[in-house]
Design a protein around this ligand. Structure first.
Ligand code: COA
Length: 680
């Protein structure tokens, strides 16, 4: 059978990466040309075995902003800022953006920061967040954006690991019916942190102004920008950096409570992000992109900030919710008002809209004729949501795509922008419900069996079509993928490369079907997707363990109709605890909100007598999840691990879970499509 064009392009990109990525890299401005697109040195340590664009130097900010001003796009809007939460709209042209970025870079440089230093950005969805990111990139300073929903403990972990010389923050975030005191959270995080950055530049918002304390290094954003303008110290030049110089660190939940600092380079990221804009979205310069994520997530980095700007598009920065700001038509108003052609969001946001507006009455009020496609990521998309919104947007494609902070770009999807040799658009692959599409160019996606010890070491093998197993990527990873973990190359090997030598372990499980469509079904580790946010059970457990009455705890995800997954805590109390159980429960819920953030959606702690454990003391999380999913000793579906310390705990746990009404919840985000289920 003839290969579909997407499969053919993907195949060519793997066979001849130099040609494939070289074509996209040539669209960028390089201050020093690279000597080779992909260099392979088998003798080098795994983090350096593959090197993209060796010896090349470029600047991501120049490519995302200056390049477009120089080519005549100065008057085009670069950022449409729309905040129903702050009742504010602003537009910045490329020329205005350049001016702001040069000024902000001047501010950062004036505090002695230079290439190789780091800046932590903790800001709400305001243009100043993007300006700060681009200003760092201009200087070769590595930024680390922390999602505004994270509370002090999580911020502190990121400060301690990335060791920023400077923090840029907002005074507050604005939620539907409350103001989030960002500056206070930053203060608490810095108090807890061993590393103390010298300065904090705070962007004051009238909705919640912060008290600035110069003795602690607090500075006001506007004063700083004004100081640089008056002194004429804008950073008009830019610093060309090596292709593999880190553009940013973005922390992502690991299986332990400590987040992993994913390192993204400049050259590979710019090249592949540009390629994704063209291939996946079929976007063209001058068009408008609306990505309803948050700039604190990888999707926000790629499709609110860097992707649209690298291509010369206008990006919509939306500070609002899918519902309640003011109604379920909010996203559709944006689509009409800014003539959006590419729309990106998370399935959970669509489910929230559908719940309020099941008949599409709100969306029907708006003209969506500029829209070409809707793209979904952040968690598994469910068939019902996709079908509903395909109808709402007039039959245009709704394209699920699967990726991660680590990959930095979609691993699978249905490309809407592939062109033939004459520049005409090729027909995209058909959307297959339950699947997030076929591998994108650069990704060699396979499914492997679990490694098993055959006496001479751990062995694994590749599984055939529709066989369920571990989803892996064949090395080399494409240019946008992480190069290492910040300050933790050992952790990089351990987390991603050691389990299947020669392959990158995604931590996801699923199948590749007979036609090459990838179906991602579950995680192989303890990561949850809560309302489109990636969180680890470990980070919640770490907080619960701090409660003085708790001796042991375990957090497992439950499936939730709106949010995909939500965490649930099972805790065992220390002997002799006399505190009322209901108070302990309330306190744990409060602690998670205060330390991790309300975004964890943590609202249930259950006190139990004991947890199932191995003889070496490891809590058997999988077994707990199996019991909740309905596997039991009685129906003979529960596999009792050979290493269990005391199997009688299982009956006890089954009883408790039944009593709590939790049995039957499979804990998975999204449901399998029936056609896929039938194949398994
Ligand atoms: N800063 C501070 N707090 C935040 C926050 C932020 N940026 N984002 C969310 N929160 C708070 C919320 O106010 C809420 O607080 P509450 O418990 O006091 O009410 C809590 O965290 C839980 O938030 P969330 O799970 O987002 O629930 P919600 O009811 O506010 O909104 C959705 C539900 C589905 C509308 C929302 O989760 C959503 O739009 N999700 C999509 C996320 C997304 O796009 N992710 C990127 C994937 S690519």
């Amino acid at each position: 059978m003839e290969k579909h064009v997407q499969a053919q392009v993907q195949h060519d990109s793997i066979k001849n990466p130099d040609k494939y990525w070289g074509d996209f890299a040539s669209l960028l401005h390089w201050d020093q040309p690279y000597s080779k697109v992909l260099t392979h040195n088998a003798m080098a340590p795994p983090t350096d075995t593959y090197h993209w664009f060796k010896n090349g130097k470029l600047n991501t900010c120049f490519n995302a902003v200056d390049r477009h001003v120089l080519s005549g796009r100065g008057k085009q809007v670069a950022i449409y800022y729309d905040s129903p939460l702050n009742n504010e709209k602003r537009q910045l042209t490329y020329q205005e953006l350049l001016d702001q970025v040069q000024t902000c870079a001047g501010v950062i440089a004036s505090h002695g920061l230079k290439k190789g230093d780091t800046v932590l950005i903790y800001m709400p969805m305001v243009p100043e967040a993007l300006i700060s990111m681009l200003a760092c990139a201009r200087l070769g300073v590595t930024h680390s954006v922390v999602f505004g929903g994270f509370a002090p403990l999580e911020i502190q972990k990121r400060i301690n690991d990335s060791k920023p010389k400077l923090i840029i923050g907002g005074s507050c975030g604005i939620e539907v019916n409350k103001i989030i005191p960002y500056k206070e959270m930053l203060d608490k995080a810095i108090d807890m942190s061993a590393h103390k950055p010298a300065h904090r530049i705070i962007f004051q918002r009238d909705a919640g102004r912060a008290v600035l304390d110069p003795s602690r290094g607090d500075l006001d954003w506007n004063d700083e920008m004004q100081r640089i303008r008056l002194a004429g110290k804008q950073f008009k030049d830019y610093v060309p950096v090596e292709s593999n110089h880190p553009l940013y660190i973005l922390y992502t939940s690991g299986t332990t409570g400590l987040p992993k600092g994913v390192v993204r380079d400049n050259g590979g990221h710019a090249t592949q992000t540009l390629a994704t804009m063209k291939n996946l979205f079929g976007a063209r310069p001058g068009e408008v992109v609306f990505c309803a994520s948050d700039v604190g997530w990888v999707v926000g980095h790629s499709f609110i900030c860097y992707g649209p700007l690298l291509l010369g598009c206008s990006t919509v920065l939306y500070e609002g919710k899918p519902v309640g700001t003011p109604d379920a038509g909010a996203f559709f108003r944006i689509l009409e008002e800014y003539k959006v052609s590419t729309w990106y969001t998370a399935p959970t946001a669509l489910r929230a809209i559908r719940r309020v507006d099941p008949d599409g009455n709100f969306s029907a009020k708006y003209d969506l004729h500029h829209l070409r496609g809707l793209y979904l990521a952040g968690e598994r998309s469910d068939t019902g949501t996709i079908a509903h919104f395909r109808h709402i947007i007039g039959g245009k494609p709704v394209v699920d795509n699967y990726w991660s902070t680590e990959s930095g770009s979609p691993i699978t999807g249905a490309c809407q922008g592939l062109e033939n040799a004459h520049g005409a658009r090729e027909e995209p692959i058909a959307i297959r419900h339950g699947s997030a599409g076929m591998p994108m160019p650069g990704y060699d996606v396979r499914v492997l069996s679990d490694p098993e010890d055959d006496g001479s070491g751990y062995k694994f093998h590749e599984l055939g079509p529709s066989q369920f197993g571990n989803i892996v990527l064949k090395l080399p990873l494409p240019p946008s993928a992480l190069t290492t973990l910040w300050n933790n190359s050992k952790g990089f090997h351990k987390s991603y490369l050691d389990q299947f030598p020669g392959w990158f372990s995604t931590g996801d499980a699923g199948i590749v079907d007979e036609d090459g469509y990838v179906h991602v079904m579950s995680r192989t580790d303890d990561i949850m997707q809560v309302a489109g946010h990636r969180l680890s059970t470990g980070s919640v457990e770490q907080i619960l363990a701090e409660h003085p009455a708790i001796s042991e705890c375990c957090v497992v995800p439950l499936s939730d109709k709106l949010k995909g997954q939500i965490p649930m805590g099972l805790v065992v109390l220390k002997s002799g605890v006399t505190q009322k159980e209901e108070d302990i429960v309330k306190e744990t819920v409060h602690m998670v909100r205060q330390n991790l953030g309300a975004i964890a959606n943590y609202n249930q702690t259950h006190i139990i007598r004991r947890l199932p454990k191995t003889r070496s003391g490891k809590i058997l999380r999988r077994t707990i999840r199996d019991i909740i999913a309905g596997k039991s000793l009685e129906n003979s579906k529960l596999v009792v691990p050979a290493t269990i310390e005391d199997a009688t705990v299982l009956n006890e746990l089954e009883d408790v879970m039944n009593r709590l009404g939790l049995v039957g919840n499979d804990g998975e985000a999204g449901k399998l499509d029936d056609t896929v289920k039938a194949k398994l």
